[in-house]
Design a protein around this ligand. Structure first.
Ligand SMILES: [Zn+2]
Length: 195
């Protein structure tokens, strides 16, 4: 909050961020825990990540993706052209997140990643999870997440452990180009209309 008010006073706009892409070693590092959420640099980083997410039409972003190997993710599910069926939620910054428990049941679903452009993959993820994290005000939270939002969390949490969704696909046959993915989506919609 302190950093936010400072930004206001000096009328500073957060710097524009570039998203690191596959091959950048930072995506393979184990992210460090954040000692003080209220640190000005961390608050500014959260603001920058919120802007980067919006600009890139993402539904989630992890700090390593913008070159900072820190345990910080933002989950921001909303419907857009990249994810037309995503549920709506307030963008949520999660600091030092932990996966506490998960369902036995998993489900395969399509994922993409701003760090892996033009590729989509069918990735198995737990359907229900319980997670704990520190929010941007410094309070520890514990919540249950299901389906697509649970999937986003698991995808972003992987980034903190140096993993990308390509590491999670069961077979390379589950990888497709963005163009083919759009074709698959359209076919799926047509099926739904016919049913
Ligand atoms: Zn990603």
């Amino acid at each position: 909050m302190f950093a936010r008010s400072l930004n206001k006073i000096f009328n500073q706009k957060p710097q524009k961020l570039t998203v690191c892409q596959l091959g950048n070693p930072v995506l393979r590092e184990i992210a460090e825990p954040i000692a003080d959420v209220r640190d000005r640099d961390i608050q500014q980083l959260i603001d920058q990540m919120l802007i980067a997410l919006k600009e890139n039409k993402g539904v989630g972003l992890a700090a390593p993706q913008i070159g900072r190997s820190l345990q910080l993710v933002i989950i921001a599910s909303h419907a857009n052209e990249r994810y037309p069926h995503a549920p709506q939620m307030e963008p949520t910054a999660m600091i030092n997140p932990k996966l506490i428990s998960h369902s036995v049941e998993t489900e395969k679903g399509w994922e993409g990643c701003l760090s892996v452009p033009m590729i989509r993959g069918l990735v198995p993820r737990y359907c229900e999870i319980e997670v704990a994290y520190t929010d941007r005000l410094g309070d520890r939270q514990q919540i249950k997440l299901t389906d697509f939002v649970a999937r986003i969390f698991q995808h972003e949490y992987d980034h903190l452990e140096g993993k990308v969704f390509l590491d999670r696909v069961e077979t390379n046959l589950d990888l497709v180009s963005e163009l083919e993915y759009q074709n698959i989506l359209q076919t799926a919609d047509q099926k739904a209309v016919l049913l």
